[in-house]
Design a protein around this ligand. Sequence first.
Ligand code: NAP
Length: 321
Amino acid sequence: MASDGRAARVAIVGSGPAGLTAALYCARAELKPVVLAGIPPGGQLLITTDVENFPGFPEGIQGPELVERMRRQAERFGAEFVDDNVTRVDFAGRPFRLETGTRGAFRADAVIVTTGANARWLGLPSEARLRGHGVSACATCDGFFFKGSELAVVGGGDSAMEEALFLTNFATKVTIIHRRDRFRASRIMQQRATTHPKIAIRLETEVEEVLGAEKVEGLRLRHARTRAPSELKVGGLFVAIGHDPATEVFRGSLELDAKGYLRLHDQTRTSVDGVFGAGDVSDHRYRQAVSAAGAGCMAAIDAERWLAERPAPPAGSASPK
Ligand code: NAP
């Protein structure tokens, strides 16, 4: 890489709940972490309105406020934030090197990767406009707000089945809308969903528009083959068409699984000794702010112990090992 860069004991890449919790723990361990926070910093909670399942907030809290508070808490103990994206990494030797878009390069003795994953969206303007007002990508997070409503879930994989089944706890009826004539989901999940008395199925159907001015009131649909239009009256749309882990910059440097998620062993360790991972970047099962925060804590403790076996070089030394 071009520049040798600024040195840190530990660099944290990402600033959702996993990264911010890792930053808090590393800061309190006096490791002076540098958080390469990404643009925009804050992760998926930035596009989340009411968070009612993060312990400690009995009245609930807005997603952006929750990440802002976590960040202030980490800063209070000395975490430094750099609001920029990491564009390139070199994990071939220590110290590790990370380049940012505009804020130069950083060297770090240990790295914690917490870049998260992004929910896939259909890409409709009406879907973006009503996100947080009836359009959601997380039934566990938002299902509770839809007691007594009729809902739709779009997708044909295990997530769509799981979201639909979960939503039957609140909704009077859930319609699964899938673009093809068969589901991708595992047989058992399909069977559970398709035989559930509250679940209806619309195959070979695409969502053309989410209807409603202030909140979701319905969907304009079309048949995938015949293009015949139809409308479905629902109070909420759950988009369950998969997630994309934010691992592109690590491809070739860290081991990823077939779907691009960071592969971990011994809880938080990546394929490179001294590089740790936590949160949705390596977790397609739980995907919760609180589970990501817990994983961030674990990665920080593991990184701290790993670093303790590799003391910092004396000040002024050119190349920390
Ligand atoms: P997935 O298996 O990739 O399924 C995504 C679904 O969304 C597919 O049915 C796909 O349609 C559809 N889709 C994708 N883009 C679309 C678009 N633009 N418009 C409309 N539909 C679109 O993703 P997932 O369901 O999130 O599952 C991810 C992984 O986690 C899988 O390995 C899954 O088995 C696992 N998982 C397991 C469980 C469980 O076992 N309890 C629960 C959740 C997830 P096509 O079928 O036409 O491609």
